[in-house]
Design a protein around this ligand. Structure first.
Ligand code: ZN
Length: 447
């Protein structure tokens, strides 16, 4: 390491220290500053341990947290970006916080959530051992451009990659990456067996209608959700992959499934979550994680960051789920419909920088399929936009209430008993969680 790099590192560590003294999270800022000064800085950290990266549109944070938990429970010392600072700036910040003065990172494993577009950027500089790819959906178009561009970025990285690649076999956008480097013998696919609510026709907007290899229309045996399902190209046979890990006997009502003949309880009732857990199981299999540790993790571990997070208050149950795109929102609506009883929905929509200023994606959400939704509350900076969108779907406008103020919205949501679902987009999910937690605490104090 040259003197210049050494000094840059010390400067970066100083920024982190100052931010910590000011009680500000390191987040992206130190990385942003350092990359501005020295764009090669990522390459000067000394990382000797294996790196496992998780990427894809939806589910990265959850899968990263679960894989991290598996290793920790196995007694390993793991470094992870738990809170999802998943760009190169976030990774540099994380390393600055934890490295020695010479840039050495001490850990048994690094488990990192990485934004799809940053996979090639980051792993040009760091040696990756395993890449897990979950799915590709339209998301935050402002920043990422078309889905296709994004897939091609990851694909170009994989063309020369020799390490482990764990792919979702049921997403054609992901499965195609298995052909990026025919020389790589370490490509492994996970899949989830057809579940009770799988459909013959696609119900949500999806990508991947055509074979990425030859352009022929793909034939689907069934759709699990969005464009995820059992597909095959009638012309070239694309989609016929050997499955490394298969989740079978999915029972969402009783919350369990089997893998390799062993039954696992899970914490959640959505098929989307089952796919995340399939990726976790595949990682566990690859790294020979003890079966009991895997079982306990799937049974009891919860991420609690607004990803299908559950709250109880009096005679109400609420589930908060982050939705950054139509697929995420449609997933929550699907879970709502699969819950037989009456329920209420609160939708919190912001349009801050990290959300993308364009909220037109809400027009791709399937509010038309609402079942037994007795009331809708909207909130956030674009509370009126989402209210109008829901009204346009044919939902009774007299049952829609708009409260731009979040605390007021939460208070009104819990003014009735029963099942509540809350959908919140990227920058609104943490404020919404806090508003719910504050409401619950205030209510308990008053009792
Ligand atoms: Zn084909």
């Amino acid at each position: 390491m040259g003197l210049y790099n050494f000094l840059t590192l010390q400067f970066g560590k100083l920024i982190v220290k100052v931010l910590q003294l000011l009680h500000k999270g390191a987040g992206n800022l130190p990385g942003l500053i350092l990359l501005g000064i020295n764009k090669n800085i990522l390459g000067y950290f000394k990382v000797d341990c294996p790196i496992i990266a998780v990427t894809g549109t939806n589910g990265k944070t959850s899968v990263t947290n679960f894989v991290n938990h598996l290793f920790e429970q196995s007694g390993k010392n793991v470094i992870t970006n738990k809170l999802g600072n998943n760009l190169d700036t976030g990774i540099v910040s994380l390393f600055l916080k934890l490295c020695s003065p010479t840039g050495k990172i001490h850990a048994d494993y690094l488990v990192l959530e990485i934004d799809e577009s940053h996979v090639p950027v980051i792993f040009k500089k760091l040696k990756l051992e395993t890449l897990i790819v979950l799915n590709f959906f339209r998301d935050q178009l402002d920043r990422n451009g078309e889905v296709e561009t994004l897939i091609l970025k990851v694909k170009s990285f994989l063309e020369t990659f020799q390490g482990n690649v764990i792919l979702n076999a049921d997403d054609p956008n992901v499965a195609r990456l298995g052909q990026a480097n025919p020389e790589n013998k370490n490509v492994k696919y996970f899949s989830v067996e057809k579940y009770k609510y799988a459909t013959d026709k696609i119900h949500e907007v999806g990508e991947g209608k055509f074979c990425p290899v030859c352009g022929e229309a793909l034939e689907y045996e069934y759709y699990q959700y969005s464009h995820i399902g059992r597909f095959k190209c009638p012309k070239c046979g694309f989609g016929d992959n050997e499955i490394y890990l298969k989740v079978e006997n999915v029972d969402l009502e009783n919350r369990h499934f089997t893998v390799d003949g062993r039954e696992y309880n899970i914490n959640n009732q959505s098929i989307y979550y089952v796919y995340n857990m399939a990726a976790v199981c595949a990682a566990a299999k690859l790294y020979n994680i003890d079966g009991d540790i895997l079982r306990d993790t799937l049974d009891t571990f919860e991420v609690n960051n607004g990803r299908m997070e559950k709250f109880s208050i009096g005679k109400s149950n609420a589930v908060i789920n982050l939705a950054k795109n139509p697929v995420g929102a449609n997933m929550t609506i699907r879970v709502m419909n699969e819950t037989g009883c009456e329920k209420e929905l609160m939708f919190v929509l912001n349009d801050n920088l990290a959300d993308g200023y364009d909220v037109s994606w809400i027009w791709d959400i399937n509010f038309e399929v609402f079942k037994d939704v007795t009331r809708v509350i909207t909130s956030g900076r674009r509370a009126y936009d989402i209210a109008i969108r829901i009204k346009t779907s044919g939902y009774d406008p007299s049952k829609i209430e708009v409260y731009p103020d979040l605390d007021e919205a939460v208070e009104n949501l819990f003014s009735t008993d029963g099942e509540k679902f809350i959908i919140a987009n990227y920058t609104s999910v943490q404020p919404t969680r806090m508003a719910v937690i504050n409401y619950i605490e205030k209510n308990q104090r008053e009792k």
